[in-house]
Ligand binder design. Structure first.
Ligand code: SF4
Length: 706
C-alpha cells in the first residue's frame, strides 16, 4: 500500500516524529518523516503490533487537502462568506451574550466528540460549565460506548474499555467477540487474536458473516436485537453443562442467584426459537470458553447500540463472571472502544453527567474538588444536562437551547433520525461549528471556525486499553487555522473569563487536568508529558505517588465496588424497539467499512479511500433483492418509519434473508441515519442504531444520483 504524503513542509528541524493515527481507538503508532522539502510520509512505528490499516497509511493526505478550511466563515444573506477571526469570534460571543441574557445559560448548548484529545475534551467541559454556565453539554461518544461504560460501572464499579493490556489477548486460546468486526474496523487488532484463531477458539456473534466472522471457528448469527437472549442461552448452557466456576462466583461476586433466576428460563432450545442460533452452537460456545486456559469475552457496538444496550452488555458480563474470567490474569471481559479517544473522551468532563476524572456531576464531593481546581464555587457549577440525542432533539424548541457550539462532531450524518436532527439545527438562532473541513453540519452553521488537525498540534489520547498516549505535532498548520484550545481560550475571554483560566497550551491544560482528575476513578495525576515523551506505557489509574507505574490490569485483587466484589445483574430479553411488521418487513442494521471512519467527513476526502468505497450500498440476500424487484448494482430505496435512504444494491448470499446492512458514512440522501431509530436505552441514553424496521424498493436512477 502506498503511504500518503501531505503537501506542506514539516516543522523545521523536527525531523521524524513519533505519533499516533488520527482515527480509531487502537491509536496505532506511526512515524511521520519529512519527505523531500514539502511533505511528510507515514510509516508504522511498530509493525509487530499489526502495522496500520488503509486509513492509517493514507492519513497524511488530508493534511494537504484542498478541502481544508483556512479561514472562518460567517453566514451572510443565506451564504457562508470568509471572515476574520476577530469578526467571527466577536459575532459568536455577542450572540451568546444576547441569548443568555434573554433565556438563561441553558439556552446555549455544547456538543463535543470522542475524537477530541483529552485536553480539548477537558477544556470544552470546563468552558460549558464555567464560561457559559450551561448544563447542556454532551458528546457523540454517547452514541458509541455509553452502554458498555454503564454496564461496566454496574458490574465492576469502574469502566475502562479493556481492563487489561491489549497484548494479553495474544495469549488467548478462546475469544468471544459480541458485535465486533475488527477485521474491517481496526484490522491490526486481529494480530492479537492469532492464537485464538489457530486454536479454533474464536467465536463471533454477528447477524452478518463479516470478514471477522470468516475467521471464526464458530459464527453465531442471531436475528438483530436478540443478542441478549443469546447471551442468556449461552449462560444457561454453561451452568447446565457444569461450567460454572463455583469458587470464583462465591468468592468474588454477588447476585448470581438473581441473575440465574432469569437465565434459567432461557434454555438453549427456547433461545434458538428467538435468535435462530442452534442450541448445539450455544452449548459449543460455552464449552469453548470454559475449556480454554485463557479466555475473553469482548463486546462492541453491535451489543451496545440498542435500547437494551446496557442490559445486553450486562448479559455478556454475567456470562464472563459465571466462567470466572474478569479480574484474573490471562482472562477477562472487555469493551472495544471505537473512536480515537473513546476512552479519554468520556473521562474528562464533556459528558452531560460527568466532571473530569470520570467523576459524577451530581456527587457533592466531586463538585467541590473540581470547583476548587477551577477556582469557582461548587454552587456555580450546573447539574446534569440532556443526553446527546435528547439535546439535539430539543434544539430550537421552546424549552430547548437556541444556540449550539459543535466541536469534533458531524451529527447531521452521524446522529440517529438524522432528518429530525437537521430540522432541529435549522431551528437554532445560532449554530457554530469548529471543524477542519466543511462537514455537512458545518454547511448548516452560522459561523464555521477552521481548526488544526492531528499532526498539526500536540495532545494526549487514551487508547482502547486505557493507556495515555502523546500525539505529537509534526508540521505547521496552514496559515489562518487555530487549535480548538485557542478557540475556547479566545471565546472564554470574550465572555468575560480571566485568560489564565482557559489556557491554550495543551501541556498546561493537561497539568490542570491531572489536578482535576486526582483521586477520581480515572486518576491521571501521576502522568506527565515528560513521562510520555520518555516512552512510558501508562494505563490509568496513575496516582501521583513516587514510582507508581500505572495500572495495566484492573481488578486482580478486588473489583471497584465498596465490598470488592463484582455484581451479577439480572437482565432479561426484551427484543428490538421496532420489530419488523407487514409494512416494514426487514431488519436494517448499520455499521462501518474498512475505508471510512465515522461520518466520513475526513475519509471521504482522501482520494484513495473515496475511490475504494465512493457511495452508500446496501447488502442484501439475493432472494430478498429479487422479491423487492432489485438486482446487484441497482439503485434501491430503504424506507422506514422516519425516512428513506438511497443505496446501491450488493447481493451477498451469506446475509440473513430478513436483514439488510447499511454503512453509515455517507451524506445527503445516502445517510443511513435517515432511517435509524432514536429509541434510547433507559440507563445509558444510547440510541438503537443497530436495528430498525424497513422495506426495500427500487429507486429512480435520477433520484439515486442526487
Ligand atoms: S486500525 Fe485504527 S488506529 Fe490503526 S491505522 Fe487503522 S484507523 Fe488508524
Amino acid at each position: 500500500m502506498r503511504a500518503a504524503t501531505s503537501t506542506r513542509p514539516a516543522d523545521a528541524a523536527v525531523g521524524a516524529v513519533d505519533t499516533h493515527c488520527p482515527y480509531c481507538a487502537l491509536q496505532c503508532g506511526m512515524t511521520l518523516s519529512p519527505a523531500g522539502r514539502a511533505s511528510v510520509r507515514v510509516r508504522p512505528r511498530d509493525p509487530s503490533e499489526g502495522g496500520l490499516c488503509q486509513k492509517g497509511w493514507t492519513a497524511a493526505a488530508l493534511l494537504g487537502s484542498p478541502a481544508r478550511l483556512t479561514t472562518p466563515l460567517v453566514r451572510d444573506g443565506g451564504t457562508l462568506r470568509p471572515a476574520s477571526w476577530d469578526e467571527a469570534l466577536g459575532l459568536v460571543a455577542r450572540r451568546i451574550k444576547e441569548i443568555v441574557a434573554a433565556r438563561g445559560p441553558d439556552a446555549v448548548a455544547v456538543f463535543g466528540g470522542g475524537g477530541l484529545t483529552n485536553e480539548k475534551a477537558y477544556l470544552l467541559g470546563k468552558f460549558a460549565r464555567v464560561a457559559l454556565g450551561t448544563s447542556q453539554v454532551d458528546y457523540n461518544g454517547r452514541f458509541c460506548m455509553s452502554s458498555a461504560a454503564a454496564a461496566a460501572h454496574r458490574a465492576f464499579g469502574l469502566d475502562r474499555g479493556l481492563p487489561f493490556p491489549l497484548a494479553d489477548l495474544d495469549g488467548a486460546d478462546a475469544v468471544l467477540l459480541a458485535g465486533a468486526n475488527p477485521a474491517e474496523t481496526m484490522p491490526p487488532f486481529m494480530s492479537h487474536l492469532r492464537r485464538a484463531v489457530d486454536a479454533g477458539g474464536l467465536i463471533v456473534v454477528d447477524p452478518r458473516r463479516t470478514p471477522t466472522a470468516e475467521r471464526a471457528a464458530l459464527h453465531l448469527a442471531p436475528a438483530p436485537g436478540t443478542d441478549l437472549a443469546l447471551a442468556l442461552g449461552i449462560l444457561h448452557a454453561a451452568v447446565a453443562d457444569g461450567h460454572l466456576d463455583h469458587a470464583y462466583v462465591a468468592g468474588r461476586t454477588t447476585g448470581f442467584e438473581e441473575a440465574w433466576r432469569v437465565a434459567a428460563g432461557w434454555w438453549p432450545e427456547r433461545v434458538e426459537r428467538v435468535t435462530g442460533v442452534a442450541a448445539a452452537d450455544q452449548r459449543r460456545a460455552a464449552a469453548i470458553l470454559a475449556g480454554a486456559a485463557s479466555a475473553y469475552v469482548l463486546t462492541a457496538r453491535g451489543a451496545e447500540q440498542h435500547a437494551t444496550g446496557v442490559d445486553t452488555v450486562g448479559a455478556w458480563i454475567n456470562l464472563a463472571l459465571a466462567l470466572g474470567l474478569p479480574g484474573r490474569r490471562g482472562s477477562g471481559w472487555g469493551c472495544l472502544t471505537g473512536q480515537g479517544n473513546g476512552q479519554g473522551g468520556r473521562e474528562q468532563g464533556q459528558k452531560a453527567d460527568q466532571l473530569p476524572g470520570y467523576r459524577r456531576i451530581d456527587d457533592p464531593a466531586a463538585r467541590a474538588h473540581v470547583a476548587r481546581v477551577w477556582g469557582v464555587e461548587p454552587s456555580a457549577l450546573p447539574g446534569p444536562g440532556r443526553s446527546a440525542f435528547e439535546l439535539l432533539d430539543a434544539l430550537g424548541t421552546p424549552d430547548g437551547p437556541s444556540a449550539l457550539l459543535v466541536f469534533g462532531s458531524n451529527p447531521v450524518v452521524s446522529a440517529p433520525h438524522a432528518g429530525r436532527v437537521a430540522d432541529r439545527l435549522a431551528a437554532l438562532d445560532l449554530l457554530v461549528v469548529a471543524d477542519l473541513v466543511l462537514s455537512e453540519t458545518a454547511r448548516a452553521a452560522d459561523v464555521v471556525l477552521p481548526i488544526t488537525q492531528w499532526a498539526e498540534e500536540d495532545g494526549t489520547m487514551t487508547n482502547i486499553e486505557g493507556r495515555v498516549l502523546l500525539r505529537r505535532r509534526a508540521l505547521a498548520p496552514p496559515p489562518g487555522v487555530r487549535t480548538d484550545l485557542e478557540v475556547l481560550h479566545d471565546l472564554a475571554v470574550r465572555l468575560g473569563q480571566p485568560p489564565e483560566r482557559f489556557p491554550a497550551d495543551p501541556e498546561t491544560v493537561f497539568t490542570e487536568l491531572r489536578a482535576a482528575s486526582e483521586d477520581g476513578p480515572a486518576d491521571y495525576s501521576g502522568v506527565t508529558w515528560d513521562r510520555l515523551r520518555a516512552g512510558e506505557r501508562l494505563q490509568w489509574p496513575i496516582p501521583r505517588r513516587p514510582g507508581h507505574r500505572g495500572t495495566p490490569r484492573l481488578f486482580l485483587d478486588r473489583f471497584a465496588h465498596p465490598d470488592g466484589r463484582a455484581r451479577f445483574v439480572p437482565v432479561d430479553h426484551r427484543g428490538p424497539a421496532e420489530p419488523p411488521d407487514e409494512e416494514f418487513p426487514l431488519y436494517a442494521i448499520t455499521g462501518r467499512v474498512l475505508q471510512h471512519y465515522q461520518s466520513g467527513a475526513q475519509t471521504r476526502r482522501v482520494e484513495e479511500l473515496r475511490a475504494a468505497v465512493p457511495e452508500a450500498y446496501v447488502e442484501v440476500h439475493p432472494d430478498t433483492a429479487r422479491r423487492a424487484g432489485l438486482r446487484d448494482g441497482a439503485a434501491a430505496a430503504v424506507v422506514g418509519r422516519r425516512g428513506r435512504t438511497l443505496a446501491t444494491v450488493r447481493c451477498v448470499p451469506s446475509m440473513r434473508p430478513d436483514v439488510i446492512f447499511l454503512p453509515f458514512h455517507f451524506p445527503g440522501a445516502q445517510r443511513a441515519n435517515l432511517v435509524t431509530n432514536p429509541a434510547l436505552d433507559p440507563v445509558s441514553r444510547m440510541p438503537e442504531f443497530k436495528v430498525c424496521a424497513v422495506r426495500l424498493s427500487p429507486a429512480a436512477e435520477r433520484e439515486a444520483a442526487r
